[in-house]
Design a protein. Structure first.
Lengths: 113, 110
């Protein structure tokens, strides 16, 4: 099925551990995004990649790094996880010229203890 | 800070009634989108309205945009239990970045 695939779906980390969240899209979209969603906060943009080879900071980039590996894949890395990074992480892709908006993955629920 | 702020935060209605949600934003925008999120799931795109448009329809959905008031509304007509979800607006002042609001939780009672 065409769409955005995120792995893993669930993850528990200890404070200080590192991990990479993977995201891949098969819709040939140019732009990809990472958001985090916290209760009562809505979605906040962490990083985005307007096109292959470019990445830019969003609202809350501290503690994260990203890699746009190719047109399909956009990964999010937590180098030293902190409890404040406990959240649900969503990857999205878009080709805004089509007017269809973002396509979201199903999310990764991350808990840092 | 949030670009979009939804109002109300929560809404409970009977099946068959109409549901109206409002979104206010802070700066001039190019586009505004509405999304639905079912519990524990990702967001699903509903409709995109551009800054030069005033109203758009999609099935039972009607979206309006008032750029002078920096606000948008989403109307769901003849609501169904399956419409129970959170609804988010997302506003963009550029080409690639959208900033999401905190959402309206809609509950449709059968």
């Amino acid at each position: 099925n065409a769409g955005v695939t995120q792995t893993p779906k669930f993850q528990v980390l200890k404070t200080g551990q590192s991990m990479t969240l993977q995201c891949a899209q098969d819709m040939n979209h140019n732009s990809m995004y990472w958001y985090r969603q916290d209760p009562g906060m809505g979605l906040r943009l962490i990083y985005y990649s307007a096109s292959e080879g470019t990445t830019d900071k969003g609202e809350v980039p501290n503690g994260y790094n990203v890699s746009r590996l190719n047109k399909r894949e956009f990964s999010l890395r937590l180098e030293s996880a902190a409890p404040s990074q406990t959240s649900v992480y969503f990857c999205a892709s878009s080709d805004l010229g089509t007017g269809y908006g973002y396509t979201f993955g199903s999310g990764t629920r991350l808990t840092v203890v | 800070s949030q670009q979009g702020e939804e109002d109300p935060q929560a809404l409970s209605i009977q099946e068959g009634e109409n549901a109206t949600m409002n979104c206010s934003y802070k700066t001039s925008i190019n586009n505004l989108q509405w999304y639905r999120q079912n519990s524990g799931r990702g967001l699903v795109h509903l409709i995109l309205i551009r800054s030069n448009e005033r109203e758009k329809h999609s099935g039972r959905l009607r979206v309006t945009l008032d750029t002078s008031k920096k606000s948008s509304s989403l109307l769901i007509t003849a609501s169904r239990a399956a419409d129970t979800a959170s609804y988010f607006c997302a506003a963009s002042s550029g080409t690639y970045k959208y900033i999401f609001g905190t959402g309206t939780r809609l509950k449709v009672l059968a």
